[in-house]
Design a binder for this molecule. Structure first.
Ligand code: GAR
Length: 189
């Protein structure tokens, strides 16, 4: 049995899509969805999917070992950041080498780094008149958005695109590829 722990800060549509993808797979379990926001939409989705949740604040995350202990106890094969906006502390990265992955809504190494998330990313892509954007799935290291790239998918940025319309295209790419890439990584372990 493979075991995934998800981290999400927001709406959680990717987390839900991943959970639905693996729902009928007896060999893969989503053991937890962890969030840093007690009012995050992902928590409602987790409840509907019958997945355990755990909510933490910045102090707990950075100054205690509570989240790290929970992860160690869960013994995940993969830790998946699906719209999680905080930097992962070094001790967590070290405890799970090559087991933490993130999805970013642009083509890294461009448009990444601290503060680059959600619509801010799409606005910057549009402001710079890019013709393409997309998604990057990558391993997580101690720096924002800098770990080794696993997969990239592209979409066109068209005249008239707004952060909202670009976000929709990017989300479609995420829904199509993220679960599939996770499945491949689990199969190759
Ligand atoms: C996704 O587009 C993901 O790529 C992005 O947050 C969104 C979460 O949407 N992640 C980042 O910006 C990380 N820097 P969701 O909550 O609906 O899954």
């Amino acid at each position: 049995m493979k075991n995934i722990v998800l981290f999400a800060s927001g709406s959680g549509s990717n987390a839900e899509n991943i959970a639905l993808f693996f729902r009928d797979n007896p060999d893969v379990e989503i053991s937890y969805i962890l969030s840093n926001r007690s009012n995050a939409g992902v928590l409602e989705r987790a409840k509907n999917l019958n997945i355990r949740t755990f909510v933490f604040d910045r102090k707990m995350f950075l100054e205690t070992d509570e989240v790290l202990s929970l992860l160690k106890k869960s013994d995940p094969d993969l830790i998946v950041l699906a719209g999680f906006l905080w930097l992962i502390p070094e001790k967590m990265v070290k405890a799970f080498p090559d087991k933490i992955i993130n999805i970013h809504p642009a083509l890294l190494p461009q448009y990444g780094g601290k503060g680059m998330y959600g619509d801010r990313v799409h606005q910057a892509v549009i402001d710079n008149d890019e013709k393409e954007s997309g998604i990057t799935i990558h391993y997580v290291n101690e720096k924002y958005d800098e770990g080794d790239i696993i997969f990239q998918g592209k979409c066109a940025v068209e005249k008239g695109d707004t952060p909202e319309t670009l976000a929709q295209k990017v989300h479609l790419l995420e829904y199509e590829h993220f679960p599939r890439v996770i499945q491949q990584l689990l199969e190759n372990q």
